[in-house]
Structures are given as structure tokens and as C-alpha cells.
Design a binder for this molecule. Structure first.
Ligand SMILES: Cc1cc2nc3c(=O)[nH]c(=O)nc-3n(C[C@H](O)[C@H](O)[C@H](O)COP(=O)(O)OP(=O)(O)OC[C@H]3O[C@@H](n4cnc5c(N)ncnc54)[C@H](O)[C@@H]3O)c2cc1C
Length: 419
């Protein structure tokens, strides 16, 4: 049974670029669009920027180097990493404190950061650079004219509102906008993982002894499955994260398990200070893009690369991200960025983590602005021009062949990209 629902919705604004979702990818896309001189509206359903990287308590920039001392991931990912620790703690290795090391090193370029301070910094940055940020606003439905999207219907305290846009970036992490616009998408799978943050008396003492607040935090878990699915309960279905039932089951089960795990501890010896404010799903839904990156694409150059990225878990492995992983031909003003770009199996993992998500966001914002300037569809932007713009913004477009190591350790990933 279904009902037909009709309502007149006020148009609250009209923008060059509307970005749905204010995670790191959406923040980067919005910033890039604004820096290119466009009017940009960023719509975020929660009450802070950063998505999984802040609200989701995933406060760790995975490696941005090749594991031999060469920085691969730069551009806005470098800018955001430095921003995340500007006024908050870090765990940056000494070798990378002042930029790329002059000597080769196996120490990787990583850091933890304060999730909340990073969220504040992101808002401050976007606000100062002219992005309109609208919190507590869910992007509900695209309004389509054939394959072109005229704008989005949103739901917030004011009720339903319409925002018109020339170009739209889906940075929802779940490809909600694309899916509802009819763009082909692919479903992922997710293990039983749930991490909360807290402190205990030992960690407090360590923080005081070392005079470093970074030592204060410890993790509490509900479901404790790893990236590779270790400890995923036997027989339990994987989460898709794309239905309300699935998301709700995830929260109910994990929050109860989280409580069960601390029962029996001395209750005055520790506290859980914050629960994740969004589901910690890695791969829910992504675009079925014009190209799908494969694990076997390691060390492969692409003519339409918008960024070189390194594997976060395996030293030496390098990839390039084709522009085609972010678009679907035939949809002239929809593009995606972040954990929704097209990669298969482990290659999806390569693309979705924080630094590459920022780079695809940066590319999406620039591509949207370029499409407006060129008067073309987002599926027809002159890629050479986009590459030049990104290179001028310090993005490495192609990796140097001298960095290729065909004998690199494949770790737990097999030839087909499975683990
Ligand atoms: C358990 C786990 C561990 C991880 N560990 C690491 C790690 O250690 N290091 C690392 O670099 N990466 C890690 N990642 C991956 C990384 O955190 C994410 O892939 C990355 O942050 C994704 O960014 P995003 O901007 O694409 O999406 P998201 O962070 O998902 O942001 C999407 C944003 O869109 C908003 N949104 C969604 N739907 C709507 C809507 N309809 N309307 C309005 N707003 C909407 C959300 O509220 C959110 O703010 C991990 C992920 C998980 C789940």
C-alpha cells in the first residue's frame, strides 16, 4: 500500500552549486566551488561538519605517503590534515612535522586529531570562504527534468524547502541523492563495527604524566569487527546501511552490546564520553560510474586522473583516480565525491578513506565550477583543464614511475582484490 502525497514547496534559494552532505568530501567540494567563485550551498543533516571523520569518531588521517617518505596525497587533504591539528592535539610523527622529509623513511604520514575541534575548524573555514552551510537539513528528493536535476527538496525545522542548483554534488556518503535521481548505483556490505570514545583513570594519569591530552582517550566498542571482517559474528548478515531498518538494527544492537561490555567494570574508573553520531558504515552505496577502479589498477596511469593516491594499509601501492569514477554519462549536472565514488572490492576501500575522499571532493567542486564556466555538462568537462586547475592547487595528478615497486607486499588482499 502507498499514498500519493502532493504539496507546494517554497523555493528558498538558488545556487550555482549545491552540495548534499557535509562530510570531508562535501566540505572539500563546497570549498573548491566557492574558491572558484561560485555560490555554494552545503546541506548537512547533522549539526556539525566532517561526517564520519568527526561525528562518526573516525579521527585518524590514514597515511598520505607511499611508506618510503614520499608524500603522494596533497592538495586539500594536506590542507585539512594541517587544519585538523592547528588548534588541537596530534600524533604526527616527528619526521613529518614540518612537511615532507628530506630523507627516505618508513614512518608513515598519519595523525589523529580532535574530532570536535576539526569540525569547528571546518565550519570556520567554509564560513570565512563564503560557503552557505545549512545544518539540520536532510536532502530528501531531487527534482528531475529528465536526467537533469533542477534542485533538491529538503526537510528541516521549517518544513519542506526547495533549493535550485546548476550543479549538484552528492557527498552524502551513501549516494542518496544519486540513487533517488535514478543514477545507477551499487550496494556495498558492512561488518559489525561500532566504536565509541571515552577515558579511564589510567588514560587520565597518562595524559597528566605526559602533559598530552591525546593520551586521554580510549575506545569502547559494541560490535568489534575489523576492517577485514575479523570478529564479525558468525552467521550474522552484513549491513547494507541503505534501509531505515538496517540502520536502526545497527544502532540498537551495537549500543546494547557497548553497554554490556562495560558492565562489571568499576563504575567510577571510566566513562564513555561520546557515542558515534552516525552509523560507522564503510561502504553502503556508490555510483556505478563510467569507470570502476579495480585493485589490479595499482600502478596504472589514467589519462583522466584527478589525483594520485596511495594505499593506506600497504606500503608502495599507488593508484590514480579517474574522473570517470565520479560521474555517469548522460547525467549532466550530478557528480559524486567521497566514499561513493566507483571502486570495486578493496579498491573501494582505497578510495573511501579520509584523504582520498577529500581529494575527490576537491575535484568534484572544481569540476562543477568548470562545467558552469564552460557551459557544458559535468560529464563533458575538459579534463585537461580540470587537471591543470587541480595541479595548480597542489594535487599530484600522476605518480612518478620511479615509485613503482612491483614486488610490493600485497598483505591480505588477493589478486582479485578480495580480502
Ligand atoms: C569503522 C570505520 C573506520 C574507519 N577508519 C578510518 C581511518 O582510520 N582513517 C580514515 O582515513 N578513514 C577511515 N574510515 C573511512 C572514512 O572515515 C570515511 O570513508 C570518510 O570520512 C568518508 O567521508 P565522506 O565525506 O565521503 O562521507 P561521510 O563522512 O559519510 O559524510 C557524509 C555526510 O553527509 C551527511 N548526509 C548523509 N545523508 C544526507 C542527506 N540525505 N542530507 C543531508 N546530509 C546528509 C552525513 O550526515 C555526513 O555528514 C573509516 C570508516 C569506518 C566506518
Amino acid at each position: 500500500m502507498a499514498i500519493l502525497f502532493q504539496k507546494e514547496v517554497p523555493e528558498k534559494g538558488s545556487y550555482d552549486i549545491v552540495v548534499a552532505g557535509g562530510g570531508v568530501a562535501g566540505a572539500a567540494a563546497a570549498l573548491a566551488g566557492a574558491r572558484a567563485g561560485k555560490t555554494v550551498l552545503l546541506l548537512e543533516k547533522s549539526t556539525m561538519l566532517g561526517g564520519l571523520a568527526t561525528l562518526g569518531l573516525i579521527n585518524y588521517f590514514v597515511p598520505m605517503c607511499n611508506g618510503r617518505g614520499v608524500q603522494i596525497i596533497k592538495g586539500m587533504a594536506e590542507e585539512f590534515l594541517r587544519l585538523s591539528i592547528k588548534n588541537g592535539y596530534d600524533t604526527l610523527p616527528e619526521e613529518w612535522r614540518d612537511g615532507e622529509p628530506t630523507e627516505p623513511t618508513n614512518v608513515r604520514y598519519v595523525t589523529k586529531y580532535s574530532a570536535t575541534i576539526f569540525a569547528l575548524e571546518l565550519l570556520n573555514l567554509l564560513h570565512n570562504e563564503g560557503v552557505d552551510v545549512l545544518f539540520d537539513t536532510v536532502v530528501a528528493e531531487p527534482v528531475m527534468d529528465g536526467a537533469a536535476c533542477k534542485g533538491v527538496i529538503c526537510e528541516n525545522k521549517s518544513g519542506l524547502e526547495f533549493y535550485a542548483a546548476k550543479m549538484l554534488v552528492d557527498a552524502t556518503g551513501d549516494a542518496d541523492l544519486l540513487y533517488r535521481a535514478g543514477v545507477p548505483t551499487v550496494q556495498g556490505r558492512n561488518f559489525h563495527t561500532y566504536v565509541a570514545h571515552g577515558a579511564n583513570l589510567q588514560s587520565c594519569k597518562l595524559a597528566v604524566d605526559t602533559e598530552n591530552i591525546a593520551k586521554l582517550y580510549v575506545q569502547y566498542s559494541g560490535g568489534g569487527a575489523s576492517l577485514y571482517g575479523d570478529r564479525h559474528p558468525e552467521g550474522m548478515a552484513y549491513y547494507t546501511g541503505t534501509s531505515s531498518e538496517d540502520v536502526n538494527t545497527y544502532f540498537v544492537r551495537n549500543q546494547i552490546e557497548c553497554l554490556q561490555k562495560i558492565e562489571g567494570d568499576e563504575r567510577t574508573s571510566r566513562d564513555i564520553t561520546v557515542l558515534p553520531g552516525m552509523a560507522q558504515f564503510r561502504t553502503t552505496r556508490r555510483i556505478d560510474g563510467d569507470y570502476t577502479l579495480k585493485n589490479s589498477d595499482m600502478f596504472r596511469h589514467f589519462d583522466d586522473s584527478i589525483a594520485a593516491v596511495n594505499d593506506f594499509d600497504r606500503r608502495d601501492f599507488l593508484y590514480e583516480v579517474p574522473y570517470r569514477t565520479m560521474i555517469k554519462s548522460g547525467y549532466p549536472n550530478l557528480i559524486t565525491a567521497g566514499r561513493t565514488v566507483a571502486g570495486e572490492e578493496y579498491a573501494w576501500d582505497i578510495l573511501r578513506v579520509i584523504p582520498p575522499a577529500i581529494l575527490t571532493g576537491q575535484a568534484a567542486g572544481n569540476a562543477a565550477a568548470l562545467a558552469i564556466d564552460e557551459g557544458c555538462g559535468i560529464d563533458a568537462v575538459p579534463v585537461a583543464k580540470l587537471q591543470k586547475i587541480l595541479a595548480d592547487q597542489n594535487v599530484m595528478i600522476h605518480f612518478d614511475d620511479a615509485l613503482i615497486n612491483w614486488d610490493a607486499d600485497p598483505g591480505r588482499v588477493d589478486d582479485n582484490g578480495h580480502f
